[in-house]
Ligand binder design. Structure first.
Ligand code: CMC
Length: 432
């Protein structure tokens, strides 16, 4: 990160201050306000941090206008079509694509660590059968800290690395077991003979009395969803992981905090909302009525899975998943599920409709990921759980990057105080 020759100048109460301008490799320059409070006695006000670069990072780059998403410089389109999820996880963690030998060693490690300590089974029994799997995931990931004491020593690079691999390895097992627990079926153990995504499908759907064979087209589709959700810069859950991690908290606790942040409907819940919307529409003949309602000003009804806060022309992830969605539907036989059939028709109508076209509202990643997960037989309550499995790779990479930085400090936002000015305490008997 270089300081440019440029400065931003602010004048406050007649005093002029030059604030350095810093440049990254690509993307907007930033004004360095770190000395603002000390030199000028004022703070910057930016609720939601929309205008604030809270860290330096070399992991992910997004250009919303151009629809660009890069991980370590590689375009998401190339990664999604050519790399597997563990390869992308390695890239996020270590900055470079693995060589064949590095990849084999990483895969071996992930497979070794995919087992859970048998005592962890007891944790599941403590939950109600109807618990939401995200609640179970938050609890059990946090509980991992109790099993790996060396993870507490975050100053040791080898133990940070081990924790990162453990988390990436164990998340699918915890996620699948959370589901098995809620439906009352026996847990299925991971196997080194399956791929990362294949393992997850097998742990979700194997029943002791039936043979389950992983369908490679479906496993590839799931792997692609995982790649497309692996990281997305400094979003709410990633910032949560960084903030928790900045205190020196152990990585299992930090990822558990990230899972809690992801659970909110404004963050990880949109693909679940797509399915809710389709169920509400019900049948194809109701689509025009629903679209009219969406367009009616003040109705408060939105076409879920359309539009994006950052990507204004297209969501690069949605383009890839659109193709994957059609692959999955071809593999399974298109109109098998009336809800998916309804989705195809809704998408066709919406992308031609002037209302959506003029507002640049295109299907986003959640429209297709929801449909694909539904086609794979994954229940809606597990959608955000799968997002968490994928994002663990990004979270732990961001955490690792932050802890490894020289001069890393605790995160401590400030505030604009709007409460009462100083006043004297009034004894209870004298209050009116
Ligand atoms: N359906 C109908 N109209 C919409 C929609 C939609 N999904 N999204 C935006 N609009 C309209 C909005 O009413 C406004 O119209 P007008 O100019 O007439 O007032 C115009 O488009 C601009 O909307 P906006 O609210 O300024 O757009 P935004 O950038 O603030 O909102 C969004 C982005 C994602 C919150 C919104 O598009 C939305 O609510 N989409 C549906 C929910 C969804 O699918 N969320 C998942 C996003 S992907 C998550 C991820 O990256 O992980």
């Amino acid at each position: 990160m270089d300081e440019t020759a440029r400065h931003a100048t602010i004048t406050l109460d007649g005093r002029v201050m030059n604030l350095p301008v810093l440049s990254g490799t690509i993307g907007p320059d930033v004004v360095d306000i770190r000395r603002l409070a000390a030199d000028a006695g004022v703070l910057a006000f930016d609720p939601g941090y929309g205008e604030t670069a809270a860290c330096r990072s070399a992991i992910t780059y997004i250009d919303g206008e151009q629809g660009i998403l890069l991980h370590r410089g590689y375009p998401i389109e190339q990664l999604a079509l050519q790399a597997s999820f563990p390869e992308v996880a390695y890239l996020l963690l270590y900055g470079e694509l693995p060589t064949e030998a590095e990849y084999a060693a990483f895969r071996h490690d992930i497979s070794e660590h995919s087992l859970l300590h048998e005592q962890i089974r007891n944790f599941f029994n403590g939950f109600r059968r109807d618990a939401h799997p995200m609640a179970i995931l938050c609890g059990t990931v946090g509980a991992l800290s109790a099993f790996y004491h060396e993870a507490i020593d975050i100053s040791n690079e080898a133990s940070r690395d081990l924790s990162a691999r453990r988390l990436i390895a164990k998340l699918p097992t915890l996620a699948a077991w959370a589901y098995k627990y809620t439906i009352g079926e026996p847990y299925v153990y991971p196997s080194e003979e399956r791929t990362y995504a294949g393992n997850f499908l097998a742990m979700m759907f194997t029943q002791p009395n039936k043979r389950y064979v992983v369908n490679p087209v479906l496993a590839r589709a799931l792997d692609r969803i995982l790649v497309l959700h692996a990281d997305h810069e400094q979003n709410a859950s990633t910032s949560t992981v960084r903030l928790a991690g900045s205190t020196g908290a152990n990585p299992f606790a930090c990822i558990s905090a990230g899972i809690a942040a992801l659970w909110g409907p404004a963050h990880g819940g949109a693909n679940e909302a797509v399915l809710g919307m389709l169920a509400k529409i019900g049948t194809k003949d109701k689509i025009p009525e629903f679209i009219a309602q969406v367009k009616r000003r003040g109705s408060g009804v939105r076409l879920m899975g359309f539009g994006h806060r950052v990507y204004k022309n297209f969501d690069p992830r949605a383009k890839i998943l659109q193709a994957t969605y059609h692959e999955v539907m071809a593999e399974l036989g298109l109109a098998r599920d009336p809800l998916l059939d309804l989705a195809v028709e809704l998408e066709r109508i919406a992308i031609e409709d002037e209302y959506f076209v003029s507002r640049k509202l295109y299907p986003n990643v959640d429209f297709y990921s929801g449909l694909i997960l539904k086609a794979l037989g994954i229940p809606t309550s597990m959608f955000t759980v799968l997002f968490a499995v994928a994002r663990t790779a990004g979270w732990i990479s961001q955490w690792r990057e932050m802890i490894g930085e020289d001069g890393q400090r605790i995160g401590r936002p400030r505030q604009l105080y709007i409460g009462a000015p100083p006043r004297d305490f009034i004894p209870l008997a004298e209050r009116v």
